[in-house]
Design a protein around this ligand. Structure first.
Ligand code: G1P
Ligand code: ZN
Length: 544
């Protein structure tokens, strides 16, 4: 087997977004496209001698092809060992777990998360560092710079590796180990949660649950953990077989795309608990009987009850949330007397805080929740955390959340997404806000006084690195907020996200309809940005 050094030239569009490089499958199928990016990752990662690399993905179309290429390149590069999930399958949190357990140099995760898959869908690639988490911005920028000047990549001329065959085989001087995709992850879950207590709940006649794996990567994990280890009934896991095109669906666990699950939970005599996860298994949605838990509230509830769960019995070092996420968890942190950090959108910003032991739990409004157990958000972990709390308290989901609101107040919250906008129009809208919003400081709008009007930037408290341009904030004196951001994960045109939040301390006003109670803020936010006038849209594409 011979190492080929192949001449190539840069593609100019390989700057990683909020979470890795995501493009339509057809973009990745261009000769050299994947290879250039992988070579750039390897060069930034440094000398591979004696090092281990973890590789796996969410099973979407092009997953196995990409893995074959990466294995040949890893062998050409000189890694000692590559761990690959069987059949190329690793959920994002399971990949993070493997990197940590095996002290790997890092991992390459193939996924476009919740974006649709299939030949006409999206593909993605992400580098995770030795801590198991998404590479920090300075690393992703270095990869981008490499990709702009690349002129050669190295690849081994070798036959395909059988990804279905557990055990190890040599590729040149590199040992390729095909590992069970679930084992390490499932063992970690057993350490964190009280499986006996959860089993008792799942097997009691008065409790039924559904976990919607959305034909994506969580299926094998959910079946092994919920059904085989925790004794849930066989019909507890829906859409549990990963498909390369996710069954034609949009594997994003929210009220719109997980409709099948939502309909079951909102039916008369439906199940007591519902969970869903996304394409690569890092997002989660939590539902009770006829009850939706917002991701922001979910983080707050987990923080409030964490000490009931074995893995968190000693309490939390601190918590963090992304800036657009509601401030519900801030109130819990205040009462617990622990730090609460506000970071830019994207999981990579939690890494330093987790590594430094400053936080234990963190989350995002975008259906992402996680903890120090790995360095990614973790869908199934969040669902197990909820089940553990339900089992330990004997309460149902809606009682737990409404009691939480009574104790801490309720943060009404909603996100409006305008997808597929013309990129020029969306950027004009945003730059107009950059210019006009700061002047609103101290002014009154819609009966509310503006306390802060700026563009969010973040200085990492651990390494002091500064991230600017992280969303326009309009914060009112009563804590209400309107936030604007342009998505960094979309692949078609541009997506504008507008986030609305209003705090309501009065428990007698905790069962209002979210969109109605936020309506004045929504009108104000839409008008200030001129959404209709500038984009022609009179309503969002998706409301969560
Ligand atoms: C979106 C979410 C963000 C999340 C990311 C990856 O990014 O808003 O919270 O971390 O997906 O799952 P965006 O498209 O907004 O840049
Ligand atoms: Zn995801």
């Amino acid at each position: 087997m011979q190492v080929h050094s192949v001449a190539t030239s840069p593609f100019k569009d390989q700057r990683p977004g909020t979470s890795g490089l995501r493009k339509p499958v057809s973009t990745f199928q261009q000769p050299g496209y994947l290879e250039n990016f992988v070579q750039s990752i390897f060069e930034v990662a440094g000398q591979p001698t004696g090092e281990t690399l973890v590789v796996g993905g969410d099973g979407r179309f092009y997953n196995s092809d990409a893995i074959q290429t990466i294995l040949r390149m890893a062998a050409a590069r000189g890694f000692a060992r590559v761990l690959v999930g069987r059949n190329g399958i690793l959920s994002t949190p399971a990949a993070s777990c493997l990197i940590r357990n095996h002290k790997a140099r890092g991992g390459i995760i193939l996924s476009a998360s919740h974006n649709p898959g299939g030949p006409d869908g999206d593909f993605g690639i992400k580098f995770n560092d030795a801590n198991g988490g998404p590479a920090a911005e300075k690393v992703t920028e270095a990869i981008y710079r490499k990709s702009m000047e690349i002129d050669r990549y190295q690849i081994l001329d070798s036959p395909e590796i059988d990804l279905d065959q557990p055990g190890s085989q040599m590729l040149g001087a590199t040992r390729i180990e095909i590992v069970d995709s679930v084992e390490d992850y499932a063992a970690l879950m057993e350490q964190l949660f009280d499986f006996d207590q959860i089993r008792e709940l799942l097997q009691s006649s008065g409790f039924a649950m559904r976990m919607d794996a959305m034909h994506a990567v969580t299926g094998p994990y959910a079946r092994e953990i919920l059904i085989n280890r925790l004794g849930a009934s066989a019909d507890s896991v829906m859409n549990g077989t990963p498909l390369p095109d996710f069954g034609g669906g949009h594997p994003d666990p929210n009220l719109v795309y997980a409709r099948e699950l939502v309909d079951q939970l909102f039916a008369e005599n439906g199940p007591d608990f519902g969970g869903a996860s996304d394409g690569d298994g890092d997002r989660n949605m939590v539902l009770g009987a006829r009850f939706f838990v917002t991701p922001s509230d979910s983080l707050a509830v987990l923080a409030a009850y964490a000490t009931l769960v074995p893995g968190y019995r000693d309490g939390l070092a601190g918590v963090a949330r992304s800036m657009p996420t509601s401030a519900a968890v801030d109130r819990v942190a205040e009462q617990l007397g622990i730090d609460c950090f506000e970071t830019p959108t994207g999981w990579k910003y939690f890494g330093n805080l987790l590594d430094a032991g400053r936080i234990t739990l963190c989350g995002e409004e975008s259906f992402g929740t996680g903890s120090s157990h790995v360095r990614e958000k973790d869908g199934l972990w969040a669902i197990l955390f909820w089940l553990n709390i339900l089992a330990a308290t004997g309460k149902n989901v809606s009682d737990l959340v409404t009691e939480h609101w009574r104790r801490f107040g309720r943060n009404y919250y909603s996100r409006h997404d305008y997808e597929g906008l013309d990129s020029g129009q969306a950027h004009d809208l945003y730059s107009n806000l950059q210019r006009t919003v700061p002047a609103l400081n101290g002014q009154e709008r819609g009966g509310l006084t503006v306390a802060t009007a700026d563009e969010f930037s973040y200085q990492d408290p651990v390494d002091q690195s500064l991230s600017t341009g992280q969303g326009i904030r309009l914060i009112f004196e009563d804590g209400s907020r309107v936030i604007y951001r342009l998505s960094g994960t979309g692949t078609q045109g541009a997506t504008l996200r507008v986030y609305f939040e209003r705090f309501e301390p009065d428990a007698s006003r905790h069962d209002e309809d979210t969109q109605s109670t936020l309506a004045p803020l929504i009108d104000l936010g839409n008008e200030l940005a001129g959404i209709h006038a500038r984009t022609g849209r009179d309503r969002p594409t998706v409301i969560t």
